[in-house]
Design a protein around this ligand. Structure first.
Ligand code: ATP
Ligand code: MG
Length: 398
């Protein structure tokens, strides 16, 4: 039993001491049984939120309508959710009503996949009402109950199923897969943000191809943002070496680059996926770098403009194109640059204004760029008087 559970055991015991049931549930139980690192232990209980708040002194209402209370103990926090059922999904995405119940079975029944419907009590005993242990051992993603009903209730589950196939390197059980095939258009009802969360996890999983093939074959991709006409391109992407991708930005860059998106299409594509401007900026750098680096070695200015992280990210991505990365060499070249940031330039705009007694204007920005480029390219040392002389030369020639 991992440490995280040992620490949280006191929470379960405390709830039980007040006459209620409490269990570890969901992803943490699944991952612990798979000997994988667990992030957050989720606790489910027969106690209602108000009852939880009476048992523990320090609590935060994080999702009280859904029955979730955050309990703070020392430096730790635990999400405790009341057993609940969810009824009548009118819009294929969210339950109309959440009803708190006292039965663990009812709670486990509403969960998406059998491997996610396992509970563990404080002694470490597993409560397995839907044969989740068997599916865990067989490495199978199987919907709890009737898969068609379950995807009809909440279409996001189809994307979740696919991303678990990638993350865990599991196979989707045939009836579950058939149901995804049948109901894939319901993904159109799900918000882009929620689809994006699952899709990124899918891209970053350890067997992305295990998810991409069914993602393409069931035509789920047709109801994902901006992918409707990309069936062929997605196949190309799924053909890449199946090595796990390290970062989200790398995943987007590799994805869009192999799908043939042009540099000027990157922004609008990521906007459709509701990605942040920061993500867009970084991914644009990577795609720019990838295009450069696939043709030739880095130019010094590229190293400077991209920065070390992006340069190394691009180097790592070369693997997927069957090219050798030169991590050490690129790093050394980068570190040998005279400056790594405009702020390190030995001269400022104010210095230039003062020295040349000219009024500010376009010439000033151009001059800074010229000096910066000369320093980065090693044509001149980063020294104030040398830079002034260099600038004087340029102005004299005009
Ligand atoms: P992760 O490791 O990514 O957190 P997880 O299985 O813990 O995986 P969560 O989104 O944290 O996934 O959800 C916790 C649990 O809640 C799941 O294991 C599952 O039992 C249940 N669950 C989450 N989303 C759904 C859903 N859309 N439909 C049914 N059950 C769900
Ligand atoms: Mg979780």
């Amino acid at each position: 039993v991992p440490d995280e559970f040992t620490q949280a055991a006191s929470v379960l015991k405390e709830i039980q001491a007040h006459g209620f049931e409490a269990y570890f549930v969901g992803g943490s139980v699944r991952d612990a049984l798979l000997n994988q690192p667990i992030h957050d232990v989720d606790i489910a209980t027969s106690a209602y939120p108000e009852e939880i708040k009476q048992i523990f002194h320090r609590t935060i209402d994080v999702g009280i309508d859904h029955g979730t209370v955050l309990v703070l103990i020392g430096d730790e926090q635990y999400e405790i959710t009341t057993f609940r059922t969810e009824s009548t999904y009118q819009d294929f995405r969210r339950p109309d009503t959440v009803t708190f119940v006292r039965s663990l079975k009812e709670d486990l029944k509403r969960r998406d996949f059998t491997i996610n419907a396992l509970a563990m009590d404080v002694t470490g005993e597993i409560i397995d009402l839907f044969d989740g242990m068997n599916d865990l051992n067989q490495q199978i993603i199987r919907a709890v109950g009737n898969p068609k009903e379950r995807f009809h209730e909440d279409a996001l589950r189809m994307m979740r199923g696919l991303r678990f196939a990638s993350q865990l390197d599991f196979t989707i059980e045939p009836k579950t897969l058939t149901a995804i095939q049948e109901f894939h258009p319901l993904l159109g009802k799900i918000s882009v943000e929620r689809i994006a969360v699952e899709f990124i996890k899918l891209l970053l999983g350890k067997n992305r191809r295990a998810a991409l093939i069914p993602f393409i074959e069931t035509e789920c991709y047709q109801y994902c943002p901006g992918l409707r006409n990309f069936g062929e391109a997605l196949l190309n992407f799924s053909d890449l070496p199946n090595k796990q991708i390290e970062t989200e930005n790398q995943a987007w860059a590799l994805f869009m680059h192999t799908m043939g998106l042009k540099e000027n299409e990157v922004r609008s594509f990521l906007k459709v996926w509701k990605q942040s401007n920061q993500t867009i900026h970084h991914v644009q750098l990577l795609i720019y770098g990838l295009n450069k680096r696939l043709q030739a070695d880095w130019e010094v200015m590229d190293l400077f403009n991209l920065g070390l992280d992006a340069v190394l990210s691009v180097e790592n991505l070369l693997y997927y194109y069957g090219q050798k990365s030169k991590l050490e060499e690129a790093k050394e070249r980068y570190l040998n640059l005279q400056i790594h940031d405009r702020k390190q330039l030995a001269i400022t705009g104010n210095d230039l204004l003062a020295y040349f007694a000219k009024s500010p204007g376009k010439w000033l920005g151009d001059m800074i760029v010229t000096l910066e480029t000369a320093v980065v390219n090693g044509q001149i040392a980063n020294d104030k008087s040398l830079l002034i002389a260099y600038a004087q030369d340029i102005i004299d020639k005009e």
